[in-house]
Design a protein around this ligand. Sequence first.
Ligand SMILES: [Zn+2]
Ligand SMILES: [Zn+2]
Length: 109
Amino acid sequence: MFDTVECPYCDHDNDMSDGLVDLPSDNKFDHECVNCGEEFEIEVEFEPSYSSSKIEYVNCQKCRRETRDPAKKGRTFPWPKQIEETELCISCFLIELEKQYSKEEESHV
Ligand SMILES: [Zn+2]
Ligand SMILES: [Zn+2]
């Protein structure tokens, strides 16, 4: 983000800190130089922002496969009661979830 923009006519630094209030959708607007009075076009470029987090691999407690995105007890809902493990890969988790559902169906019959 910028705070000043240089006038293309006189090189004067124009303060832009309150020029972003009603920014048009194409991020371009005209501005009159406070120094020489010439109008010029400003195009705002927003820097992309990134957020980062560590990649953590955990081993599925059932099949021992490494997974980046495990189902975790306390974080994944619903957590079938019969799962004794606390971290499972998604495929093991889905298998257990399925078991849970079929069990429930049986008990309702
Ligand atoms: Zn100027
Ligand atoms: Zn697994």
